[in-house]
Structure formats: structure tokens, C-alpha cells
Design a protein around this ligand. Sequence first.
Ligand SMILES: Cc1cc2nc3c(=O)[nH]c(=O)nc-3n(C[C@H](O)[C@H](O)[C@H](O)COP(=O)(O)OP(=O)(O)OC[C@H]3O[C@@H](n4cnc5c(N)ncnc54)[C@H](O)[C@@H]3O)c2cc1C
Length: 381
Amino acid sequence: MSNTTADVIIVGAGIAGNSAAYYCAKKGLKVIVLEEEMIGHGGSSRNGGGARVSGRDAREMPLAIYATRHIWPNLKEELGVDPEYRQNGYLVCGYNEEHKKGIQNRIADAAKMGIDMYLLEGKELKDKHPYVSDHVTCAGWTPTDGVANPLTATLGFYKRARELGARFITGEKVEKIKLYKGRARTVVTQNGNTYEGGKIIVAAGFGGKEIIKSVGLFVPVFKRLIEVIVTEPMPHMFDNMVGGMSGFYGQQTVHGSFVFGNALGREQCFAEITTPVSSSYNPANICHTIGVDIPALKEAKIIRTWSGWTDMSVDGVPIIGNVAEVPDLIIDIGCTGHGFCPGPASGYTLAQLANNETPDVDISKLAYERYDMAKKQPQYY
Ligand SMILES: Cc1cc2nc3c(=O)[nH]c(=O)nc-3n(C[C@H](O)[C@H](O)[C@H](O)COP(=O)(O)OP(=O)(O)OC[C@H]3O[C@@H](n4cnc5c(N)ncnc54)[C@H](O)[C@@H]3O)c2cc1C
């Protein structure tokens, strides 16, 4: 094989691409990863580190469950890098009867998938989570959810994949895929280079949309810019993930800083935002929410904010798997702002597909083929 030919070409070096590269290399496959910017440039190293199964759509729960049961707990040993994974639970706060009903629905959804989640109220809530204010009247508690460090997790997969022989090329923007006898075979980059693979995995976040389009496929995915804040290191308060039915979520990191984000995109605060810079509105919104819910954080000093694009699918769950009409193409796109936790399981599954194995995880509900209508009406996306 030449140095531009591999068993598997992976586009995108986020948590999905890097973990797919690691699992492919572990199977003995020759891998080339092409990254437009630098390793972990996308949401994978910018996210809030929430590693939760609860509150997810049932269609993507199997990936998140596989990740939190079989991958995250062993990752430190497996990668030789500490992803700071702590399975210490997730408290989702509610403020009214509507939120309580929402939490009860989440509990029912979790139970269907064998996940224990509990409603906490009154004295039990205050005794177990004394840091929340009286504004919080009810909460959902999922003991098996947790948090991790996005940077060390994403770069850990990269490091281990390289050690196993995967080749990473940065500054290489993939523009299109070329078919050979109807099968995905070659990718062409903006620099004019071509790379040939037996399988092509597109795990490039929103950037994957144009690449996939080059072989006539249309994914109903749009992008949204979301933001997180980080405080100065503070005395230890809690080890679990905390969030709200209002959309905020976060953790206290191992070194003491609090990292909090908000499900609201910046575009929902300001129209016509095109550049990923911080706004003054969204961090203020996050600060207000955590100040009300967690009074001890009212005076916390925010030392930094950052933002990142997310690839939002119209029905809120990713599109992952083989694509029937383009053999040898495997896609993973549309993580919709919550793809960090299942990311390692996505990579594991992508590698199984690249090796022609039947995936351990049921991804049948996440298939591209669910968008039949979208394919007929690509102009809407
Ligand atoms: C601020 C923020 C907070 C978040 N919080 C959480 C959270 O707490 N929990 C959670 O589970 N999820 C969270 N997410 C979502 C999560 O980070 C993403 O869903 C996940 O990281 C997606 O991983 P990925 O590997 O699919 O994509 P990405 O990390 O976006 O990686 C895609 C890579 O492909 C590259 N690329 C793009 N186009 C091309 C091209 N044409 N050629 C070559 N390379 C290309 C990009 O540069 C990028 O490096 C958050 C996201 C953000 C932005």
C-alpha cells in the first residue's frame, strides 16, 4: 500500500474519528485520518464533559449505555491517559410541576432501557444535595451517569491510535468523495491530494454534510454554536454532574473549576452570528441560572468562556452507519450537542462496520435511511 492508501480513511479527528481510528488500528487495519484543522478542533475538546445516558432519546440510548458500561470505566487503563471519568451520578434540577412531569417521563424512559433513575424531592433532595437552592423543588437522580474531561479523552484516543500505527494528517480538508464502480473509494482534499481506502468513514461533524453531498446524499443537519463558561478553581462541592430542566449542565472538574454550559445556542440569543466568538449574553444567562440554583456559585469568578459548533439533526439523534446506496461509505453526523458521552461507542461501532462486523450496539434506529423524505426534498436542508 502507498502512503496515501489505507484499509480505512477517516475524515475528522474528534472523539468519534479518533476512537474509530484507535479501534480500527487495534483490529490491525491500516488507517489514515484526515483533519481539516488540528486534532480535536471541533466540539470534542470544547464540550462540558457530561457523560449521561438519562434524558436521551431512546434511539441513541444503546450507544450511550454501551459507552458508560463498557468503555468509559476502563478507558484510563486502555489508553494510558486519564480521561478523568467519574461515574458519580447526574442531578437534573426541576422548578415546577411541569419539570416534575418531565423528570417522571425521563425516569420511565430510562427504566425501559434498564437504567435506574429516581425522583428526589423535599428533605431527601436537600439532604443528598445540600448545594442546591430552595428554587429547586424536585430533581432526577441517575447514579450511573457521570462526567469526563473532553480534552484528555479525545487526545487519549488520538495518542493510542498513533501508537498502534494510525496515521493522522492535519490541515487536510476533505472536499469530496469519489466513487469507483458505485462504491466509495477515494477522497479528494482542498490541497489537491487524494487518498484511497477500502472503507471511508466520515466523522467530521457539520463539515461532513458537504462531503456526503458530493456522492448525492443529503442529511437534514444544521449547525448551532453553543458556549460554556469556566470558573476559577474553588473548594470541592460535588463530584456528580448537575443540570437543569431549563437546559444548563455542568460539573466541578478534578482541579476545582466549575464548567457549565447551556443547551441554548448563541443564535437563539443573537441572529446572524457567523463567527465563533463569545457573546456577552449567553455566559450571563448561564451565570444567572447557576447562581439561582447553586447559591455558593453566585460570587464565582468566571475566568474564561469558549464556544463550539454542534451538528444538529432535525430529529435530535445522530445518523450513524453504513449507507445502503453508497457501499463502503460509513457516516457519523448529527450528534446534536450530546455526542461526547456516546463518542467512544460510536468509534467502536464505526470500526466494527469498517471491519465488516455486525455491530455490538443496535444502531438500526439511527440509520440514514430514516430520512427518505429528506432525500427527496434536499432543498430544505
Ligand atoms: C460547547 C459544547 C458543549 C458540549 N457539551 C457536551 C456534553 O456535556 N456532553 C456531550 O455528550 N456532548 C457535548 N457536546 C457535544 C459533543 O462535543 C459533540 O457532539 C461531539 O464532540 C461530536 O464529536 P465528533 O467527533 O462527531 O465531531 P467533532 O468533535 O466536531 O469533530 C469533527 C472534526 O472534523 C473536522 N472536520 C470538519 N470538516 C472537515 C473536512 N471537510 N475535512 C477534514 N476534517 C474536517 C473538524 O475540524 C473536527 O476536528 C458539546 C458540544 C459543545 C460545542
